[in-house]
Design a protein around this ligand. Structure first.
Ligand SMILES: [Zn+2]
Length: 272
């Protein structure tokens, strides 16, 4: 039986004879059901007119996306380290050329996602590479396809030696980031999905409860996010889409962006 994939958010559900009645992730206030109504697909159907593309982002880091863009158009990131490989965020498709390329790059030891909009087909990918799946306990309710591979954690996990997946909250209670100390030529990289969103003006980021529906976060939560990532040393910030990268001075970008966001809430208009 096929495992159903929601065509709007790209999240995979269990393999059942009929698709689920609804997609709780899309029915949530932070997402939306497509205007034409709920639509389901499967990986086999998706693979007929889509392909996985892999592109080097920097040494040790490969972007993994779907072409043409599917669901929310995200690209995942394969972090390669001497202690093993982490797939950060996920996509809804795995085809044979990509499976081979990822295998040649050392496979996947752990899959971690920034939040439920990036869950994709994480169980299928974990099965293909015999990987663990790490999800913050705070988002347990959003798991749509259960698997014995899923391990829940509270605040921090170590997907492979030397990397840290940290819950920072905000967009979802379990919204998380991945700290990769060896990234950016050893200055460190922070992988954020859109838990912390790299915006068009790429020296800046933003923080939202909902991006498609433009629902902001509150001041205390934005401060808490900035504080929580302040513990990590990094330079670059990799957001969840191709090209969404703060290439340097990431901590300063988060600090400035949080200050600007909060100032706006108070009716102030700081310039840049
Ligand atoms: Zn959905």
């Amino acid at each position: 039986m096929p495992a159903w994939i929601c065509a709007t958010c790209g999240v995979q559900y269990p393999d059942t004879a009929q698709p689920p009645a609804a997609c709780p992730i899309c029915e949530d206030e932070r997402q939306y059901v497509r205007w034409g109504g709920q639509r389901w697909t499967t990986m086999a159907e998706l693979g007929r007119d889509h392909a996985v593309v892999l592109r080097e982002e920097e040494p040790g880091l490969t972007g993994v996306g779907v072409d043409p863009a599917f669901a929310i158009g995200q690209r995942a990131l394969l972090v390669r380290t001497p202690g093993g490989n982490v797939l950060w965020d996920c996509i809804s498709l795995l085809d044979e050329p990509a499976r081979q390329q990822i295998q040649d790059a050392g496979g996947i030891d752990a899959i971690c996602m920034s939040h439920p909009h990036f869950y994709g087909a994480n169980v299928d990918l974990a099965d293909a590479f015999n990987a663990r799946i790490l999800i913050p306990r705070a988002d347990q309710q959003w798991i749509q396809r259960p698997s014995p591979r899923i391990e829940l954690f509270d605040e921090e996990a170590e997907p492979v030696r030397g990397t840290t997946q940290a819950r920072i909250g905000g967009h979802f209670d379990g919204a998380a980031v991945l700290h990769w100390p060896a990234g950016s030529d050893g200055r460190g990289a922070l992988l954020t999905g859109d838990t912390i969103a790299v915006v068009q003006d790429r020296g800046w980021v933003s923080f939202m409860w909902s991006y498609p529906n433009l629902i902001p976060l509150d001041e205390a939560t934005v401060r808490s996010i900035a504080l929580r990532v302040g513990q990590f040393q990094f330079d670059r910030i990799y957001g969840g889409w191709w090209g969404r990268v703060v290439v340097k001075d990431g901590p300063d970008a988060i600090r400035r962006s949080a200050d600007r966001y909060i100032a706006r809430m108070h009716g102030q208009r700081p310039g840049r």
